[in-house]
Design a protein around this ligand. Structure first.
Ligand SMILES: Cc1ncc(COP(=O)(O)O)c(C=O)c1O
Length: 428
């Protein structure tokens, strides 16, 4: 088939999607691109167009698409049946690997998505502390539950600590159960915790909030304030787990929470996520330890799925190899440095922010410390920049480049060329 035929066939798929999917998409990414396959650090769409892929399936494909070892591990399991509901060896071994790697993890409970993991982590904090309120940060992403969709991406800023629901259909009554603070502002957190200490069960935070790193002392301060006031600290490590370091953000930044959530990388590209943490808190998932009153019911058809667990174990084995994180960080550092240098060279005000395995640019003259700082960036410029990059064969999410171990010097070179050409078109 030639290129024109392929493009027509992709166009037909886009049309068919519009008929049967609301908004013509799965809700994640614009429906005008239909991906056919991925290998290493590249993906191809149905028209045959090749992209350097920084979307990485929204993060899980840290070792690259269709990694032969991950594929072989999953295929070996598939031929033995794909799900049993009962315990299986691979899920048990993955739980052991998580306990070995992640500083806070004494025990693990598997679920299928990061959204679920965050929902249960907050519920576990409420069950353990026997209090209802959770403090989260404006702009912090903790999945799609009613409790999480509060001040994730408010169009208009509310007054702290009142949350702004991000979605229709969230009960009004839940607004009273969530307090919102600005990321990187310990003073506000401290005064809210002092005021609400008898009602607060926990504080949930993305240690690297989207692409905003924690200011020096921020996570340490959160740890101290929560511990001093008997409140649980939950790190949402769905993105950062096994990405910033083998032990996640808690290893990378050196601050250990009481509970964390994991997803993306641990499922090796299959649906799998987890809540992990202190055994005395995780005990709430076990009726025989905590009794009926304290028991936190949690059941999921695919929890600990053997195919996902085997793919996750194979992924972790690759990540444990000497030099894996050094290579990942070297690629990310080179990309971040290149983008910053190109922006500067072309007189464009832009902050390249994040950590080497995940970053993006905010088109703003000022450093970004919190969600409101990202709003000061030129969103229209970012949208145009991303669209131009896509034309040039670089695929990425709206506001994140995910770097992979599979990205090669050639991928970096192509990305540099795409950035140069996109910058020349958006520069004033
Ligand atoms: C920090 C964070 N937490 C939770 C989630 C939700 O994970 P999932 O999409 O698997 O439900 C995401 C998803 O991107 C995330 O970035």
């Amino acid at each position: 088939m030639n290129e024109t035929t392929n493009r027509r066939l992709e166009g037909e798929l886009v049309e068919r999607a519009r008929r049967v999917l609301p908004g013509g998409s799965f809700g994640n990414f614009p429906g005008d691109v239909v991906i056919r396959e991925g290998r290493g650090g590249r993906v191809w769409d149905e028209s045959g167009k090749e992209y350097v892929d920084f979307l990485l399936g929204s993060g899980p494909m840290l070792v690259g698409h269709a990694h032969p070892e991950v594929t072989a591990a999953a295929q070996a399991r598939i031929s033995q049946g794909t799900t049993y509901f009962a315990n299986n060896r691979y899920g048990i071994e993955l739980a052991e690997a998580i306990v070995d790697a992640v500083p806070c993890a004494e025990q693990v409970r598997f679920v299928s998505t990061g959204s679920e993991a965050d929902l249960y982590a907050m519920r576990a904090a409420r069950a353990f502390r026997k209090r209802d309120k959770i403090l989260k940060f404006e702009g912090g992403y903790h999945g799609m539950s009613d409790y999480s969709l509060m001040s994730l991406a408010p169009k208009r800023s509310g007054n702290f600590p009142q949350p702004v629901p991000d979605s229709a259909g969230i009960p009004r009554s839940l607004r009273d159960e969530i307090l919102v603070a600005p990321f990187n502002d310990l003073e506000v957190v401290e005064s809210l915790v002092r005021e609400h200490r008898d009602e607060l069960a926990g504080v949930i935070v993305e240690p690297l909030q989207r692409i905003i790193p924690p200011a020096a002392g921020f996570l340490e301060g959160l740890r101290k304030i929560t511990a001093d006031n008997g409140i649980l600290l939950i790190f949402d490590e769905v993105v950062t787990g096994f990405r910033l370091a083998y032990g996640g953000a808690q290893e990378y930044y050196g601050v250990v929470p009481d509970l964390c959530t994991l997803g993306k990388v641990i499922g090796g590209g299959f649906p799998l996520a987890a809540i992990a943490g202190r055994a005395d808190i995780m005990a709430h998932f076990d009726r025989s330890t905590v009794g009926d009153e304290g028991f936190l019911m949690q059941i999921g058809t695919l929890s600990g799925n053997p195919v996902a667990a085997a793919a996750g174990l194979a992924t972790l084995e690759i990540l444990r190899r000497p030099g894996a994180y050094e290579r990942l960080f070297a690629t990310g550092r080179e990309l971040m440095g290149t983008l910053a240098e190109l922006l500067k060279g072309n007189g464009l005000a832009g902050q390249v922010t994040g950590e080497p395995p995940l970053f993006d640019v905010v088109f703003s003259g000022e450093p970004v410390r919190d969600y409101r700082g990202t709003l000061r960036g030129d969103a229209e410029m970012l949208r145009r920049f991303n669209a131009l990059l896509r034309d040039c064969g670089v695929l990425k999410g709206e506001s994140k480049y995910y770097v992979s171990l599979a990205h090669t010097p050639d991928d970096v070179r192509l990305t540099r060329e795409a950035w140069s050409s996109a910058i020349s078109l958006v520069a004033p």
